[in-house]
Design a protein around this ligand. Structure first.
Ligand code: TRP
Ligand code: ZN
Length: 475
């Protein structure tokens, strides 16, 4: 209390309110408006205004969850190590589940859930700007019953559980600063039936069996976005190998039919070879392990979970290339705002075409010309500004297809050597960081030594097919 009410860091006006709140333990709506001492409920991304939080910077998540297949209940304790970016009398985290306790530096804190997606924490004392504190949150609930932003990012049967989605899925199982612009390292411990395996990101550090239950610990050594954290619990065939010093961990659901299980395993085993192939083009692989998971649950799409992409059924090689390509484009270099999604999907999709060029004799430029011709008269295809597609359209087909066309057109316009130098410069300089489309354009112009604003406008934003010109990379 003494620091909250005595420290000169807190503005006089807010002081009374802050002290009253802290004393009564009843956070009031009045605190939300006082921005020098209050972390904002969102990080400022207009696509999802409540995603992420203002005023905090999470460095590490230590997530421990326990799942009960019989009841669908998840209980967890997550400790966040976070820095305050401003003096904080209160701050927000994103979490959909009911909370039972919060402490800051071991001292119980007041908390409230003003809306389902937000957890508002009022520590006993103000957290001063630049202080790094440990925040422990204890919670429990049934994630499978919660819908947010029209999403239910929780797939579970009575035998398998998978939490994997983008743009967000963290708030279904751990409290987070849920936005790709705040990356952190992770420890993830999952407790479930000893008959099951728990699969997550990074390195498997320990598995402990205690009667009928087992706890499996995973460690993520490099910064990761919150949507990349993987929670999978099921009966899997697992394989661990090491190739060229890089561990690979693959898992295939035993609930799949036998022929699909073997096809899935055969393809997943290629993850290390494809990772190495990509590294030769894109620069050193940014993470501590690779691999993948094939779920038996009806996941509608694959996801590039850091070091461990998840696939709905046996992936073909192009899909492996796409998800592993995301390790550079999306996971090591992450979007600064969701409007920058082209930097993820356009490049992952382009890499598929580059693989077809080098392994199947199908030049990407030929694909570009053919696709441009095929869509030339389709007005709807060009209507979407893929440099700002809007929240409802971040995964629109145009983001992928028009997006990959834009990348190949750039390659053709600036030349192969300059193009790969640009991609390497991008993944190298922004390794484990973030970037936006404007940053990429600036770098492209510098590396290629030419203005490219017209090019990017034509390929990303103009509501019509780019003209067949050399400047548009079509001749
Ligand atoms: N990012 C995934 C991929 O391209 C796809 C994806 C994630 C997706 N979330 C989605 C597609 C939601 C449609 C809807 O590998
Ligand atoms: Zn993708």
């Amino acid at each position: 209390m003494s620091r909250t009410c005595g420290a000169g860091r807190v503005r006089a006006l807010s002081l009374a309110v802050v002290c009253a709140v802290a004393l009564s333990g009843l956070p009031s709506a009045a605190t939300v408006a006082l921005d020098t001492t209050t972390g904002a409920p969102g990080i400022g991304d207009p696509y999802w205004p409540l995603d992420g939080n203002g005023g905090i910077d999470v460095r590490h998540y230590d997530v421990a969850v326990d799942y009960d297949f019989a009841t669908g209940e998840l209980s967890g304790t997550t400790t966040l190590t976070m820095a305050a970016r401003t003096d904080l009398a209160t701050f927000h985290l994103d979490l959909l589940l009911p909370v039972t306790a919060v402490s800051v530096e071991g001292v119980p804190a007041a908390f409230a859930k003003p809306v389902e997606h937000e957890l508002r924490v009022t520590p006993a004392t103000v957290v001063a700007r630049d202080d790094v504190v440990e925040v422990e949150v204890t919670y429990a609930g049934r994630p499978g019953s919660i819908v947010y932003a029209d999403e239910l990012n929780w797939l579970a049967s009575d035998r398998e559980l998978l939490a994997a989605n983008e743009p967000h899925m963290a708030p279904w199982w751990y409290p987070a600063n849920d936005h790709p612009s705040d990356k952190a390292t992770f420890d993830i411990a999952v407790t479930g039936p000893a008959t099951h395996q728990a699969v997550s990101n990074g390195l498997l550090v320990n598995r402990r069996v205690d009667g009928a239950r087992a706890t499996t610990q995973w460690r993520v050594l490099r910064p990761m976005t919150t949507y990349n954290a993987l929670l999978a619990l099921g009966r899997y065939d697992v394989e661990q190998t090491t190739r060229g010093g890089l561990p690979s961990y693959v898992a295939v659901s035993r609930d799949l039919p036998a022929f699909e299980r073997s096809a899935a395993l055969r393809q997943l085993r290629r993850s290390d070879e494809i990772t190495a192939w990509l590294a030769r083009r894109l620069g050193p692989y940014p993470f501590e392990s690779t691999g993948g998971l094939v779920t038996g649950l009806p996941a509608g799409f694959a996801l590039e979970n850091q070091t461990r992409p998840t696939y709905p059924g046996a992936p073909d090689t192009e899909l492996l290339v796409h998800e592993l390509g995301h390790q550079w484009f999306g996971n090591s270099v992450s979007v600064r705002r969701w409007r920058d999604i082209w930097l993820n999907e356009g490049f992952a999709q382009f890499l598929q075409h580059y693989w077809l060029e080098t392994h199947r004799g199908q030049p990407a430029q030929q694909w570009l010309r053919k696709t441009h011709r095929a869509f030339a008269a389709t007005r709807g295809f060009w209507r979407l500004d893929i440099a700002d597609p809007g929240a409802a359209r971040v995964f629109d087909n145009a983001v992928y297809v028009r997006g990959a066309m834009a990348v190949q057109a750039l390659r053709h316009r600036i030349g192969d050597r300059t193009f790969w130098r640009l991609l390497r410069a991008w993944t190298d300089r922004r390794r484990h960081g973030t970037g936006g489309i404007g940053d990429f354009r600036t770098l492209a112009e510098r590396v290629a030594r030419q203005p490219l604003d017209g090019f990017f406008r034509a390929w990303l934003s103009a509501p019509r097919a780019p003209a067949v010109t050399r400047r548009n990379g079509l001749r």
